[in-house]
Design a binder for this molecule. Structure first.
Ligand SMILES: C[S@@+](CC[C@H](N)C(=O)[O-])C[C@H]1O[C@@H](n2cnc3c(N)ncnc32)[C@H](O)[C@@H]1O
Length: 288
């Protein structure tokens, strides 16, 4: 029998703990005991590709030296949940639209309108944010003076994101008009149009290392379906750091219920119950 077809042994308790710890230390993702089979399957499938039969040997390959950095970047993509879609949480997206529109209506845009999609996966979320922002700028006959920074820990996801090419089902939540405005057909796929792709900059970034990420102050920080995989103390720690990246009156939009026991003296809750969004109170302007 060819080695690659042979089943690998079960992860022992110690090995499971070692691998879980590595994943959590490096990404923040907490592996629950019931996810043991998933972890094992993903690691084993990569080991088969490398003809490696021993979890300890493979752990060394992931940890050691420059080669370890490369191998980790392959493995981490297999271990993270990448589920996403265009217009995934419509109420949050429409809140951003209303925010941009109100800044345009009040003529309170100062410089570029800057958005950050944290944990952007394969790009559907940041492109969606660019689409609704573009709607508002076009409606106001304004130059598209806005940008979306999109960061993720997974390099393969970022590569796909940059192409902007998706199976049509990823855009099922877009309206017909949105599909017509922002995609062109490419065989069975949909291609995001260039004027939207040009607005989004994809960059590798680990949310555990926010201090190493671009320090541009943001009008909107959008962070959904990422922190749910983290321990509560870590969610709070990361959110506290993200607050410091907001412009005055900037807004942090997280997934509904993503954090329940957190508030921050510089923030006020905005946008109603359907979303979880917080505006940074501008000094001397508690009304935002
Ligand atoms: C479930 S997807 C969410 C995508 C998008 N935000 C959405 O809501 O549709 C979670 C993403 O977070 C990324 N991720 C996980 N841990 C991360 C970390 N420590 N730093 C940055 N991104 C991370 C994963 O690679 C994955 O692409």
């Amino acid at each position: 029998m060819v080695w690659s077809l042979r089943a690998l042994p079960e992860l022992s308790d110690t090995e499971f703990q070692q691998w879980s710890k590595l994943l959590e230390d490096r990404t923040g993702i907490q592996v629950a005991p019931h996810q043991r089979a998933f972890l094992q399957t993903q690691i084993a499938s990569r080991m088969r590709e490398l003809d490696c039969a021993d979890y300890r040997d493979y752990l060394s390959q992931v940890i050691d030296g420059l080669q370890g950095i490369v191998e980790w970047s392959v493995l981490v993509d297999r271990l993270v949940v990448k589920e996403t879609s265009f217009f995934r949480h419509r109420p949050s997206i429409e809140y951003v639209r209303r925010l941009v529109q109100s800044r345009i209506d009040n003529q309170s845009l100062s410089g570029s309108f800057d958005i950050w999609s944290v944990g952007c996966a394969t790009g559907e979320e940041p492109y969606t944010l660019a689409m609704v922002t573009n709607d508002c700028f076009e409606l106001g006959a304004l130059e598209p003076y806005f940008g979306v920074t999109a960061t993720d820990i997974s390099l393969p996801s970022l590569q796909k994101a940059r192409l902007g090419l998706y199976p049509a089902r990823r855009a099922e939540l877009a309206t017909q008009q949105e599909r017509a405005r922002y995609f062109t057909a490419a065989g069975n796929n949909l291609q995001v149009v260039d004027k939207i792709r040009d607005r989004v900059c994809f960059t590798h970034g680990n949310v555990l290392e926010i201090s190493k990420m671009p320090a541009v102050p943001m009008d909107v920080i959008f962070c959904q379906n990422l922190l749910i995989y983290f321990r509560r103390w870590r969610r709070r720690e990361i959110l506290n750091l993200l607050v410091e990246r907001l412009k005055p009156n900037g807004v942090l939009v997280v997934g509904l219920g993503e954090i329940t026991d957190w508030n921050h003296p510089k923030l006020k809750r905005v946008g109603g119950d359907e979303i979880q969004a917080y505006m940074r109170i501008a000094t001397g302007n508690a009304g935002g």
